[in-house]
Design a protein around this ligand. Structure first.
Ligand code: ADP
Length: 266
């Protein structure tokens, strides 16, 4: 993919030369955070310097997925400024509101508070020395998305969906948001997650639990690239829970799939 880095009107020089990839889904629970985490880890494995920002203020899942729920980022002094230093794990620089606020507290926030917390995570954090910043965005098209679009010059968006019709309908709304005339963020492609299931005892069989090729068809219809079809794999779910993203295991088919996905984005 050829990226054009647009000049950023914002004053922050740390964010100027960065390629910023927003991972969006529309519907919740389709695996957007799982895909974001694995894209970030896979990019790091490919040798890129990667930051991952969990912008899901009301439901941050990255601390758990990276097995660092107890981590507390600290402030450093850089060029006369106090900046939050991201946590580094699996070669990825990670920040999440989950490091600072308990989920119960965050859910009591109003939109404005969430947006200002997000702004701090972006503008007052040390994102220097990275090539890519991956944004795990909340489901839907919320205030948080609008803030992200205002604060940052997003290079491109990756849309995650299952092949199910209700998920695809929401994915379309996400695509429309980015393709809106005033926003104009290029869609890098679609990721079909939970595309099928293959039981261990029937390795030749594919069961299309959420429907077959839903994202593939949507991608064709909208003339967008289909970046990956990721099956339902028990280890992907387990690895999310035990804090080691599947992309760490490059020998596994899923690890390979996430590496290929990352290669399709860089
Ligand atoms: P979202 O960010 O869209 O809400 P998550 O990434 O939190 O979704 O995923 C929802 C659930 O589905 C999690 O339990 C996750 O581990 C699981 N999951 C996601 N993708 C897969 C997959 N390809 N195979 C198996 N489980 C998956």
């Amino acid at each position: 993919t050829e990226f054009k880095t647009k000049p950023r009107p914002k004053e922050d020089k740390y964010l100027t030369d960065l390629k910023i990839i927003a991972v969006s889904s529309g519907k919740g629970g389709v695996g957007k955070s799982t895909v974001s985490a694995n894209i970030a880890v896979a990019m790091a494995r490919l040798g890129y310097r990667v930051g991952l920002l969990d912008t899901d203020i009301f439901g941050p899942s990255m601390p758990k997925m990276f097995g660092c729920e107890d981590a507390r980022p600290y402030a450093i002094e850089k060029d006369g400024r106090q900046l939050i230093e991201p946590i580094e794990k699996f070669g990825v620089k990670l920040l999440s509101i989950g490091f600072f606020v308990s989920p119960e507290t965050a859910t009591l926030w109003r939109g404005g508070m969430a947006c200002s917390a997000l702004k701090q995570l972006i503008c007052d954090s040390d994102w220097s020395d990275i090539d890519y910043l991956i944004l795990d965005t909340p489901p839907g098209t919320s205030d948080i998305h609008l803030s992200l679009l205002q604060i940052l010059n997003i290079t491109g968006a990756v849309i995650v969906s299952t092949p199910q019709q209700v998920a695809l309908a929401d994915a379309r709304k996400g695509i429309d948001m980015y393709q809106n005339d005033k926003v104009n963020v290029p869609i890098l492609g679609l990721v079909e997650n939970m595309a099928y299931f293959t039981p261990a005892e029937l390795p030749e069989n594919k069961y299309y639990i959420f429907g077959k090729d839903g994202c593939k068809n949507l991608a064709e219809q909208l003339n967008l690239p289909l970046l990956a079809q990721i099956p339902i794999v028990q280890s992907v779910c387990e690895n999310g829970d035990n804090g080691t993203p599947a992309a760490m295991d490059v020998a596994s088919p899923t690890g390979q799939a996430f590496l290929a996905l990352a290669q399709g984005i860089v």
